[in-house]
Each structure stands twice: as structure tokens, then as C-alpha cells.
Design a protein around this ligand. Structure first.
Ligand SMILES: [Zn+2]
Length: 86
């Protein structure tokens, strides 16, 4: 079971840190990462400097080909499986 990670971001309307929804990672004009979200209390758009926490990222965003083949354990291959001539 996966529970959505709610990250507390300051809301200007609530004047306090509130839970966030619809979180998206954005890049600011200066190229720095930031996080944009919606306040669950008042639906106001919130903005936080800094990259979106990886826990909050949807798993679908993970590229399937990210796993390097070098990570495969070569020792797992049974050496005796090779047919020997003669
Ligand atoms: Zn709010």
C-alpha cells in the first residue's frame, strides 16, 4: 500500500505550513529546482525553492531503462551449464 507523501509547504493564504497536493517539480528562471504544489486547505498555489522530494515523485516517472546492466551479478551465471565438447 502506498500512501501519498504530503510535504508541508508554507501557504501565504493560510499563513502557515500546510500539506500539499498536485506537487510538481519545476525549474526557476535561474535554473534552480523548485517545487510547485496546491494547498490542501484552501487550494492556493504554493511554491517552494528546492527540488521535489524523491518520496513524493510518482513511480511512473522512473525511466524503465535506468537500471545499468553492469549491476547484474555475473556470479549468478552457473558455469557448469555450458556444454563441454568431447
Ligand atoms: Zn492554504
Amino acid at each position: 500500500m502506498t500512501t501519498p507523501v504530503l510535504v508541508q509547504i508554507y501557504c501565504v493564504k493560510c499563513k502557515t505550513k500546510t500539506d500539499s497536493k498536485d506537487m510538481v517539480g519545476v525549474t526557476m528562471k535561474n535554473g534552480r529546482p523548485a517545487t510547485q504544489a496546491i494547498c490542501v486547505e484552501c487550494d492556493t498555489k504554493k511554491f517552494r525553492i528546492g527540488a521535489m522530494p524523491t518520496e513524493a515523485m510518482p513511480t511512473e516517472a522512473m525511466p524503465t531503462g535506468a537500471m545499468p546492466t553492469e549491476a547484474m551479478p555475473t556470479g549468478a551465471m552457473p558455469t557448469g551449464a555450458m556444454p563441454t565438447e568431447g
